[in-house]
Design a protein. Structure first.
Length: 402
């Protein structure tokens, strides 16, 4: 996989920031978009713009075909059936859909929901809401040495556990959890198993059937696509669930006092959906398929290893996360310098990184810090980006250090 050829597909990477070449190391927050994705969205609005599923004229038929073809493309990408793919706004909405449409109807007083200390707020707050409303208990499995403490997880997985929800890959630590093994334990305990795959699907091959996840959520904007999200769910569970939102498109029939819901997945897609965004997501998946997800993962492993090695040259730096078997996310602190100051200094050299708590405050508390800086790589990142980043870190150290 030749990064120099890939970079040519991303128009934004020719930008200059403060007169310097753009070094984008914030792909864990959102990825940049290749021209094929941009053109797919543009083509929809220029040539096919219409609502879907409701009319028989040519534009509407084309729009419907584009939308449903995107669903099929996404389903194949993660090893799912087409009807098991629900389009939502983002991972956050997918997990909230589950909280309202499944958990609020199935979690009872005295039940437990088991998550981990490394979760994003999107995989914490919905379960907090459910547990408070239903009189259930939210339980956290601890981390040890930046990975999930499986002994602690097993101890906290009990007959009271009705739902287990874990991140596939941490957006702070880069830790990749063995979700297949975790799911097996969850199912043995009789719990429903949910995976937050926002940081995994863009970066590695994911097969939801092999994992045996009951639900799996991820975001298109982190995998080269527009701002759209995906919720995978096993069809037999989705069939039994009540809809999250109610209105147009999600019904078969409506009377004055009652309604009959549409089939899965449309039962969960009320109103006019994100049609252009779905078109873009379909193209993003095709782009990743052309590269090969094994190649995407290999590139990130090599680049992350290189970055970690170079970061050891920076005095006073603390890096958080496992040494190996991790994703392309590297969080760190530069002495006592606040991450926002580090980000601002690096921006002067055209380097984009993230600083803050990364929507993971319980994890920050577990790490004993208020915030961290985070660099994250993707398919268009290369060693030159890392070299510029390390040089900029050195400048930040000189300017902001004690």
């Amino acid at each position: 996989m030749k990064t120099e050829n890939i970079r040519k597909d991303f128009p934004i990477l020719i930008r200059k920031i403060n007169g310097k070449r753009l070094v984008y190391l914030d792909s864990a927050a959102t990825s940049q978009k290749p021209i094929s994705v941009i053109n797919a969205v543009k083509d929809f609005y220029e040539n096919h713009n219409s609502n879907i599923h409701r009319s028989v004229y040519k534009l509407a038929e084309e729009a419907t075909e584009i939308y449903e073809n995107a669903r099929r493309t996404v389903a194949e990408f993660i090893g799912a059936k087409t009807e098991e793919i629900i389009f939502v706004r983002n991972t956050t909405e997918a997990l909230n859909l589950l909280a309202y449409a499944w958990a609020m109807r199935n979690i009872q007083k005295g039940d437990e929901v088991l998550i981990t200390e490394m979760e994003h707020h999107s995989n914490i707050l919905p379960w907090q809401m459910v547990c408070k409303a239903k009189g259930a208990r939210l339980v956290y499995a601890n981390i040890r040495n930046f990975v999930l403490d499986m002994k602690d997880f097993k101890n906290k997985l009990t007959k009271r556990t009705k739902l287990v929800s874990v991140t596939h890959s941490s957006n702070v630590l880069g830790t990749i959890n063995d979700v297949k093994a975790i799911g097996r334990l969850a199912h043995d305990a009789g719990a429903v198993f949910v995976v937050d795959g926002a940081q995994a699907v863009p970066h590695m091959k994911v097969d939801v059937k092999d994992i045996d996840a009951d639900f799996y959520a991820f975001s298109g904007h982190k995998m080269l696509g527009p701002h759209i999200g995906v919720l995978y769910g096993k069809k037999h569970i989705l069939d039994k669930m009540e809809p999250f939102l109610r209105g147009g498109s999600m019904i078969k029939d409506v009377t004055q006092q009652d309604a009959v819901w549409n089939d899965v997945p449309w039962k969960f897609e009320a109103g006019t959906p994100m049609i252009a965004e779905a078109a873009g997501l379909g193209e993003a998946v095709k782009y990743l398929n052309a590269l090969g997800m094994d190649n995407v993962r290999k590139h990130e492993i090599q680049l992350t290893e290189y970055c970690l090695k170079r970061m050891k040259e920076v005095a006073g730096i603390d890096v958080y996360g496992p040494e190996s078997g991790r994703g392309g996310v590297i969080s760190f602190n530069l002495g006592k310098v606040h991450p926002h100051d580090v980000s601002a200094i690096l921006d002067n050299d055209g380097v984009c990184i993230r600083g803050g708590h990364h929507c993971a405050k319980p994890l920050m508390h577990a790490l004993g810090v208020d915030a961290v800086s985070r660099a994250s790589v993707y398919i268009y990142s290369d060693r030159d980006d890392i070299d510029v980043f390390i040089k900029a870190l050195g400048k930040a150290n000189e300017k902001l250090g004690d």
